[in-house]
Design a protein around this ligand. Structure first.
Ligand SMILES: C[S@@+](CC[C@H](N)C(=O)[O-])C[C@H]1O[C@@H](n2cnc3c(N)ncnc32)[C@H](O)[C@@H]1O
Length: 292
């Protein structure tokens, strides 16, 4: 098979799931992954022949994609803020908007670090957030927690793969008794935030393949993670420590109000590249000393 024929098969076989441009983009990611051909080299190669091995692997990938399995799970990895992140159905596929959150954290702390910063990521999944932070803030002391043992195993493997030293801890942030033994300059979290009632508006390949533990909250308690993490931050942030959240665009105002009620200051909501309210930052002037 020549490359253009393979591309046409992708467009035809995936037409029920992806439009033509999406299918072509997927094809170019697959050829880069399997054949090492970059998008920029693609034009000169398009009439070239695939080797029998490439032919077989590309068609295997196409078969899996046709079932609705997301590309990142089929390839077993994705890129996140310059880090190679292995993914599997135990962990959420890192999203571009989370890269924007990481960029915000880095821009806020990169110049004001007199002493090594201490950072905690809550609900770490694949470990994409702490790994990207550690790679860009190498002096930082980075910690991460998740309730899922399987997610933590993947996150640890990703940290090794990216040579990022991170302290991973198993924990349930919703357990009011959960405490850590020191305080942080930055707490960041992309917690589960999709209301259960939004399930029917979601793409099947997210619903059928990504871990529901990472995605959903009850409709009548949509702020549960934000409230609990804000309370945890009150006792685990140093004075002037910063809290960063990724948020559901529909909850931006509610999250900002909740943070204000809990005495956080300098609350700022930011939009993502698609113009949706997607992240919030808040500062805690005085932390409580009762727990750590
Ligand atoms: C939306 S995912 C975010 C994953 C990753 N940080 C990212 O941005 O791609 C939320 C994560 O929170 C974890 N989680 C869910 N409930 C939790 C809890 N009660 N305590 C700690 N982590 C929890 C899930 O296992 C999942 O990895």
């Amino acid at each position: 098979m020549i490359f253009t024929e393979a591309e046409e098969r992708f467009v035809a076989d995936l037409s029920a799931l992806y439009d033509k441009n999406e299918a072509k983009e997927i094809f170019s990611i697959v050829t880069e992954h399997l054949c090492g051909i970059k998008k920029s080299e693609w034009r000169s190669k398009k009439d070239g022949h695939l080797s029998p091995m490439e032919d077989t692997s590309i068609l295997q990938v196409l078969d899996e994609l046709s079932t609705g399995k997301p590309l990142q799970y089929v390839l077993g990895e994705t890129m996140f803020y310059g880090a190679r992140i292995k993914v599997n159905p135990d962990v959420l596929i890192p999203r571009p908007e989370t890269e924007e959150l990481v960029a915000w954290v880095i821009s806020e702390v990169i110049n004001n670090s007199q002493e090594p910063l201490s950072i905690l990521d809550i609900g770490t999944g694949s470990g994409c957030i702490p790994i990207a932070l550690k790679m860009n803030l190498p002096a930082a002391d980075v910690h991460a927690i998740d309730i899922s043992h399987h997610a933590l195993e993947t996150a640890m493997r990703n940290a090794v793969l990216n040579k990022a030293q991170i302290n991973f801890v198993h924990g349930d942030i919703l357990d009011a008794a959960f405490k850590l033994s020191h305080k942080f300059d930055v707490i960041v979290s992309n917690p589960p935030y999709i209301k259960a009632s939004e399930k029917n508006e979601m793409h099947r390949n997210v619903l059928d393949h990504e871990p529901h533990l990472a995605l959903f909250v009850e409709d009548d308690n949509a702020l549960i993670f934000y409230e609990r993490i804000a309370e945890f931050a009150q006792s685990h942030l140093k004075p002037f420590g910063k809290l960063f959240f990724e948020i559901n665009e529909a909850l931006a105002e509610d999250v900002a109000t909740m943070l204000k009620e809990k005495s956080f200051k300098e609350i700022e909501v930011r939009k993502d590249m698609q113009g949706k309210d997607r992240m919030v930052k808040a500062v805690l002037l005085n932390s409580s000393d009762d727990t750590v």
